[in-house]
Design a protein around this ligand. Structure first.
Ligand code: PEP
Ligand code: MG
Length: 582
């Protein structure tokens, strides 16, 4: 097989060598073809065997679900099994194959379209939405028919575990809700055709601490299932069917990379202090309570951002107060008194509860997201605030509010918080009366008005992912504009500086919890600009700490001042690179 390479945007460094596992977008791939009469019964058999495989897979998944998996997920699988057993999906397509003399994929898709149309007539919204289950089940069957299993087969799963992370996930696109499920699997790398550097999918890929590349355009079409590939996350290159020589070279590079990572382990318990004694707080970002294991291994001294929305994904029912309380409490307790900053729900835009939700608004990133959503759903917000307050009794929890743009949103949030507190007092349920309330500064309007926010908040946390998106008008999930997404844009740097100054003036702490915080190439600049707290994925803590250990505050401040005198990215980039070498 001839070797070739594909270039994309690297979002997580490292080298992986393994076999491709294609995740397909099966419904888009179905083609229609006619079959001669004498092959029709074989086609019916092929169809029956696909149904049997999906049934077997679903049963396997059901029995392998972990105890703490939300009940809704196993209920889903139960529903899917029932639908699969129904004649309309398991028998009628056989008649279609025979009558229309068509291929099995086409037959089940025709039948699906028919069922979906019937569902669409239903008045009851809940029942109408069941059509998504039909689509998902059919998609599974089609994937099997096309030879792209959607789930790892049990055999692949056990091979992957034995072969220690040798499978590389290749997808056209993956929603954050899908990606969170991959945390359970041991993939060697993760590559997609689309996506931006700070899309939530990329952030999750990074949190898996495996090499990953997005914006590869046609990787999903060009790579075959099972093909040997090399992923170089640092360079953003995928090499397909490498020659022996290239393979040997990359094995060597992989060993060197691993050696460097091991060396970094030596500073795990060293405090993040500059040469002249300035202490920098290095916190971790997490998505699910299970991430605490990685936090502990990283030497992070607290949690700077717990993205709670992931608890709400891949399910149809919201988690109730008890479930949320248990999750927040477990994180607070595990951190044993260290700071745990929990962000209230940031659903919307690319983070939807159900991955099949079709976003219908024109500009989801500018829509009903985060705090806007919470304020419009009083019951959901009240439930989360009660759960957070209850958990605050068991550790050092602080609350962080995402996407603030106006003071009135902040004031409404405070009223909600007071109401939640009052309801707990009434029931004599203990909580921290003085719980700190912070705000994300991630909309330019909030950064420009940071003084006013700092006055009414206990701390500020700069969400650079969204701040860059909204300042530069670049959709963070869109690969076609990913090359324009630049954290060193002078306007972005100015907004960060304004926020730092606003916090300093009022004695309120300011941190960065966007992806900029975890980029070791930006550490010296951020510290030079005055930041003393950074929160990032646990896998970045050590490389950032290494930068800090070799820094002198005076020098960094002078360098940052020089950088900030420039108004042109082309001047800023080389200057930042030069200062990193000193
Ligand atoms: C950010 O926007 O920088 C941030 C940390 O929040 P999220 O990535 O979850 O939007
Ligand atoms: Mg954000």
């Amino acid at each position: 097989m001839t070797s070739f390479s594909i270039h994309g945007v690297g979002v997580s460094s490292g080298i992986a060598i393994g076999h491709a596992h294609l995740v397909s977008n099966a419904l888009l791939e179905v083609v229609h073809y006619q079959l001669p009469k004498h092959l029709l019964e074989d086609e019916v058999k092929r169809f029956s065997s696909a149904i049997a495989t999906v049934k077997h897979d679903l049963e396997q998944i059901n029995s392998s679900l972990r105890k703490n998996t939300p009940a809704e997920i196993s209920a889903f699988i139960g529903t899917h099994l029932m639908m699969l057993a129904d004649k309309s999906l398991s028998e009628i397509p056989k008649d279609i194959i025979r009558n229309e003399q068509c291929n099995a994929e086409w037959a089940i898709k025709l039948q699906m379209d028919d069922i979906v149309e019937q569902f669409e007539q239903i008045e009851d919204e809940y029942l109408r939405e069941r059509k998504q289950d039909v689509i998902q089940v059919v998609e599974r069957v089609i994937k099997v028919l096309l030879g792209h299993p959607s789930q790892l087969s049990t055999e692949q799963q056990s091979n992957a575990q034995h072969e220690e992370r040798k499978l590389i996930l290749v997808a056209h696109d993956i929603s954050p809700a899908d990606a969170i499920q991959f945390k359970q699997h041991q993939f060697a790398a993760f590559i997609t055709d689309v996506g931006g550097v700070t899309s939530h999918t990329a952030i999750l890929a990074r949190s898996l601490n495996i090499p990953s590349i997005v914006a590869l355009q046609r990787a999903r079409d060009l790579i075959n299932d099972g093909e040997l590939i090399i992923v170089d996350g640092g360079l953003g290159v995928v090499i397909v069917s490498p020659s022996k020589e290239i393979l040997a070279e990359y094995k060597l590079r992989q060993e060197q990379w691993e050696l460097e990572q091991q060396k970094l382990q030596r500073i795990k318990s060293t405090k993040a202090v500059t040469i002249d004694g300035t202490n920098i707080e290095l916190f971790a970002n997490i998505e699910v309570p299970e991430d605490i294991v990685a936090v502990k291994a990283s030497g992070a001294t607290g949690i700077g951002l717990y993205r709670t929305e992931f608890l709400f994904m891949n399910r149809r029912e919201m988690p109730d107060e008890e479930e949320q309380f248990a999750a927040y409490k477990s994180v607070a307790e595990a951190m044993k008194g260290a700071t745990v900053i929990i962000r209230t729900l940031d659903l919307g835009a690319d983070k939807q509860m159900n991955p099949d939700t079709i976003v219908t608004c024109a500009n989801p990133a500018l829509g009903l997201r985060a705090i806007r959503y919470c304020l419009s759903e009083p019951l959901i917000f009240h439930t989360q605030l009660r759960a957070l307050l209850r958990a605050s009794h068991f550790g050092n929890i602080k609350i962080l509010v995402p996407m603030l743009s106006t003071l009135s949103e902040l004031r409404q949030t405070k009223l909600f918080l007071e109401r939640a507190k009052a309801s707990l007092r009434k029931q004599n349920i203990p909580f921290n009366e003085h719980i700190a309330l912070g705000g994300m500064i991630e909309i330019p309007a909030a950064a420009i008005n940071a003084d006013a926010f700092a006055k009414e908040l206990d701390f500020l946390s700069i969400g650079t992912n969204d701040l860059i998106q909204y300042t530069l008008a670049i959709d963070r999930t869109d690969d076609t504009v990913a090359h324009l997404y630049n954290p060193l844009h002078p306007s972005v740097l100015k907004l960060i500086l304004m926020t730092i100054k606003a916090g300093d003036k009022l004695g309120k702490s300011v941190s960065v919890c966007g992806e900029m915080a975890g980029d070791a190439k930006l550490t010296k600049l951020l510290i030079g600009m005055g930041l003393r707290q950074l929160s990032m994925h646990p896998s970045h803590i050590l490389s950032v700490k290494q930068q800090i250990l070799h820094s002198q505050i005076n020098e960094l401040s002078a360098n940052a001042r020089k950088v900030l005198t420039h108004t042109d990215i082309e001047k800023i980039e080389p200057l930042v690179a030069k200062f990193n070498l000193t």
